[in-house]
Design a protein around this ligand. Structure first.
Ligand code: NCD
Length: 308
């Protein structure tokens, strides 16, 4: 099974993945060893920078007893001009499943169409990032006990940010009310807003972050995606536009979750790190159990009911 956008999962399938991830927590944190994927090989194909996504997939595979091949454009024949199609033909033979991150929107679907093995989209340009969404949903469930009917604020680069494209889509299917906070030039693409609204989602748009902090369950901050701007001067106009610090949260609900897919640049002041609102580091860790659940599902390997 491929995972290219959140459309590839029904709500029930997403919920069951989150449940699998919860059961896999002791394996994710290293307190239990469960070699469910022994003998399997994961191809980690990263044509763009990554810390968390690449490493958490690698950890997930290794903690389940599997092996990992890492390919990046440095040190591979991609630099010699090999096409993505040809590279995929090789991976089809070398690995049982592959994760791909690529700067071009649509590249993960293209890769999936080129091969037999399951392909997991780890970010295609400004398109989608569904495996991030699964770990985001998992984190929200940890914090609020549910992913249903929440008030979620998505902040920053909603135009180029693939994490918020996938997340807003998933949240809308779980009854969320969404507030989009961005400068005018980085608003959520119209077709996404139209889609969300036509699915019955309550969507509000503003450029004023502080005005919505008091009435939210989750505030999801994002980095301005500098590398996607056609013009550096346009980036400079909006760089650092949204930042929050612990004083801004003085009147926030005590269970308000501040999340961020990371890396952060200046969006979240370190003064928030030691508060109960800070969820972003736990969120990053949650990439391990959720990606374990996804790898098992995609390879058709069932997860035992009880793990200890
Ligand atoms: C995000 C990405 O690559 O889209 N990072 C991640 O996967 N955790 C967000 C970003 O780079 O800003």
């Amino acid at each position: 099974m491929d995972l290219i956008t959140m459309d590839d999962l029904t709500n029930d399938e997403s919920i069951s993945l989150l449940e699998d991830a919860r059961r896999l927590m002791p394996v994710a944190d290293g307190s239990a060893y469960l070699p469910l994927l022994e003998g399997k090989v994961l191809g980690n194909l990263f044509f763009e920078n990554s810390t968390r996504t690449r490493l958490s997939f690698e950890t997930a595979m290794k903690r389940l007893g599997g092996e990992v091949l890492n390919l990046s454009d440095v040190g591979s024949s991609v630099k010699k001009g090999e096409t993505l199609y040809d590279t995929m033909q090789m991976i089809d033979g070398y690995a049982d499943i592959a994760v791909i991150r690529h700067p071009r929107q649509g590249a993960a679907q293209y890769a999936a169409d080129a091969v037999e093995i399951p392909i997991l989209n780890a970010g295609d340009g400004a398109g989608n990032h569904p495996t991030q969404t699964l770990l985001d949903l998992f984190t929200i469930k940890q914090g609020h006990g549910t992913i249903q009917d929440l008030r979620v604020v998505l902040v920053g680069d909603l135009r180029y940010g693939r994490t918020v494209h996938s997340l807003s889509h998933a949240l809308s299917r779980f009854g969320a009310s969404l507030t989009f906070v961005s400068p005018e030039s980085l608003m959520m693409p119209e077709e996404i807003v139209r889609d969300l609204k036509s699915n019955g989602c309550d969507v509000a748009e503003t450029s004023d972050l502080l005005s919505v902090l008091g009435s939210s369950d989750v505030v999801y901050m994002t980095r301005i995606q500098r590398e996607r701007f056609p013009d550096e001067a346009e980036y400079e106009k909006v760089a650092g536009i949204y930042t929050i610090n612990s004083d801004d949260l003085a009147n926030a609900p005590s269970n308000l979750m501040i999340m961020h897919p990371l890396p952060r640049v200046s969006e979240i002041h370190p003064s928030i790190d030691s508060t109960s609102h800070a969820w972003y580091f736990r969120q990053a860790f949650n990439g391990v159990p959720t990606r374990m659940a996804l790898l098992c599902r995609s390879l058709g390997v069932p997860i035992p009911e009880v793990i200890n």
